[in-house]
Design a protein around this ligand. Sequence first.
Ligand code: ZN
Ligand code: ZN
Length: 386
Amino acid sequence: MITKLRLAIRNDLEAAAEARVFGSGWLSGVLALVLGGSALLLLLAHQYPAWFSVEDLEAVHASPYYMLGVQALALAAFALACVNLVLRRNKILGFSAVAFVLMTTTLGAIGAQTIPGEGINFGVDWFILNLLLKGLLFVPLEKLFSGDKPQPLFRYEWREDLLYFLISSLLIQIMAFISLAPTMAILKHAALWQSLRDAVAAQPYIVQFVELMLIADFMQYGFHRLFHQVPFLWRFHAVHHSAQAMDWMAGSRMHLFEILLLRGVTIIPLYALGFDQSALYGYIFFVYLVSAYVHANLRFKDEGISLFFVTPRFHHWHHGIEKEAIDVNFAVHFPWIDRLFGTYYLPKGQWPSGYGIGGHPVPKGWWAQFIYPLQREKKPVPEPAE
Ligand SMILES: [Zn+2]
Ligand SMILES: [Zn+2]
């Protein structure tokens, strides 16, 4: 029953282009489903914070506007679902959205119940805010700037990447905790270089921000390259490169181990050098947007700017299926770092013809990809001796 329902929803989401035109009820159905689902999950996070809410969002939950926002989402979802039900013959999206709205209002009426629980929670609220924020920003941008390669929102393997997006959002707390552990151990000795830390924090905000970008990108370049060149590490990073369609969500496809290792190492100097907290958090938010931006299907003319700053085309070549695209363009902010180390590749005005790894060795599905690097590599069968 659930499987049938899921399949029916998926089929309508992935409907052919002519069944998705404006006025077909498709857009209202998709929006109703996203907003209705968001309202339900945000309500759950609010009522059962011990399970579903990230502590850092406590202030958001305390605001009187939180529930108002949830109600507004549910109301908008209901209105859009009505539009879908009127316009579209296949009413699965509209009905599912109405079901979400009904669940939200029923649960909301039952009221808050506190569940005792402490320690690590799942960031359901973070997932929804993350999805709404990035989606609102990048979906319209991709519609406007996809050039001659427009791509449906529900493109090849969108469910896989959404699952990556969901799992890393849910695990945000535990991931942050683990990846900050080495930094915290080092910060215990920070008194030894306190005068340097004070000098760093005293600089103007913008100077600190640029320094953060430089330090992080040099660190990131080195480790990213290591992930490409050490076979054991490559098997983890290959998961990220297995994406065959690129958009704002494709960058979330990343093995948990890689996230932990890469983050755990690159943030050490950022914290240890004592940058002002507002500059550091500002930079972390910036990187959060950059990771979606460099993977996004944004095909604007980047001739001048791509000399100084990484553009989507630059990182798309990092993912390109072409021979020339292997082990190039490791930087995430400054392409000239790749020039410096001889790994720069950006043919004028061109885009890769496809994405992924030649032969597509990485299996499909989140779990299969999770255990893929841990499995022993299949040895090629030796040729029988003559
Ligand atoms: Zn890579
Ligand atoms: Zn990437």
